[in-house]
Design a protein around this ligand. Sequence first.
Ligand code: 7RM
Length: 644
Amino acid sequence: MRFSFSNFGRNRSTMATINTLEQYQQEYQKSVNDPEGFWAEKAEQFVWKKKWDSVLDWNFSEPKNKWFIGGKLNITENCLDRHLEKRADQIAYYWEPNDPHAKAVSYTYKQLHEQVCKFANVLKNNGAQKGDRICIYMPMVPELAIAVLACARIGAVHSVVFGGFSASALSGRIQDSDCKIVICTDGAYRGAKGIPMKDTVDEALEVCPSVEKVIVLEHTQSNIRMVEGRDVMWKNEMEKVNADCPAEPMDAEDMLFILYTSGSTGKPKGVVHTCGGYMVYTQYTFENVFNYREGEVFWCTADIGWITGHSYIVYAPLLSGATSVMFEGVPTYPDAGRFWQVIDKYKVNIFYTAPTAIRALEVAGLDFVKPYKLDSLRVLGSVGEPINEEAWNWYNINIGKGKCPIVDTWWQTETGGMMISPIAGVTKTKPGFATLPLPGVQPILVDDKGNEIIGNGVEGNLCIKFPWPSIIRTTYGDHERCRQNYFATYPNLYFTGDGCKRDEDGYYRITGRVDDVMNVSGHRIGTAEVESAINMHADIVESAVVGYPHDIKGQGIYAYVICTNKNKDQEALRKEILAEVTKVIGPIAKPDKIQIVSGLPKTRSGKIMRRILRKVAEGEMNNLGDTSTLLDPNVVEEIKAGAL
Ligand code: 7RM
């Protein structure tokens, strides 16, 4: 069949295609029997500048994962331009500020298109070209989404760094991908706090020679330093340009963005996603998992600094022509009713948040929920960490009033989009279970030797055996690291790093990381990263960090440290360690507990026995398992005696 451009991107539905369990089963079967045909059909609903020559070329040994090969597109044309005919005046974003009394702002599709085109021209005026990396370090203001889309418009690669990271974490990410431009704000509001973003950028850039320009958006009107020749103001630059900016034709496999994420070893890795497959997969999962219906209001409370915000605040809702809420603040400011107030204000139909927020709001009590109707809600979502049954039930009863399906969506930065999840209104849910794989996703459980675990009522390491369109392509600048991390543990499988149960019904329940990655309030943090930050302290010779169960955060951070200075005041040392971690990574990585020890439990070959440290941190002192390989058993006795 010859490709005809005129039919492309037309007659597309912006509605879910899976509305019954039977349809789910049919779609799933088709996606396994004929993955290429399945995804080609989904892809045909978009605007392509040139159709792909072939759908998929893959192997997990290099790894190589290419989708829609030879296809040309620009994702922003699909997010913006193609909606202008039908929904120019529809709201794309309602922006709700941190301070409920500050001015809320909204953008229609037409206005958003115009802002994106203008800012894309600003980027060009400041030297940006296709393929250049651009770092975005901003709080949750509409201009963050505009900056992301403007990069995509001209084919520059965005690398968004979460606004809570420190100068040193920021400079590490800028250096790793040689960013040419940084986009930031003067400052940020976070609850009652003010945060100096531009000062942090200035500090980071002392060691980032690749950066030629900094574009600063005025947001908090705080005092900032402007570096002559390097720094320009967003507003001034926008006055110099018009809104005419043709979308750069991109190869389906050209890089769309880099997003850094923590692993079990070393520095954070730059996960790379490309244009075509990411577009097709995020939009498909958005519409189906949430059973999205034309005209509905969607609110994802994540920060755009994480993958959830990239996929389900920026790209997928716009691809679907949806109306989204974007929120600058935090769940507990000015009080723990803020989420519920915002839901009523915008009549949110689909609400997507993290278990850590649900638990914090549950603890605050129902008095904060009662004043609100919440009657616009139709679907609730959860993401980022395992949701405990109690939080699930509280969410279901008090927020969903027992009538909103909860979709517990399991996925990762590396997967680009949701992978294992109920389909709202279709899949029967079970508290704590992500339930079933989405069409196109082929999960497999393996034991530690890599043997497949067959049948139901089993538990193992979660892997995926076939590529899906938004699978990680590489880790920026180091393809071998990508292979090592995800494709080498078990040959010919993508390894997620998660443990997983499959129950009698074939339902999947993610049990948490099986590697040295912690999940603290839904943030991924490597134990090795925190250790290396702690070890920067002059009095610390060695440290070991583990996660432990925490009522609200999901996991807390427990650090064991060896101090060389015997006269050091312990409280002073703890404070200095917290300051050090805040400086090297950011406040999200601060240990909750710091135990000062004289030694760490090691094997004869010198490996720290983390299993023992984990048990002690969990309070399971009398159940340490096999300790026969310990070099010095006395160390363990001391650690048990001093446990916090
Ligand atoms: C989307 C995101 C990924 C890690 C992942 C899991 C954990 C995420 C769930 C979950 C249980 C869930 N990306 N995780 N969602 N665990 N149930 N529904 O969070 O790259 O930041 O983190 O988060 O351990 O490997 S992420």
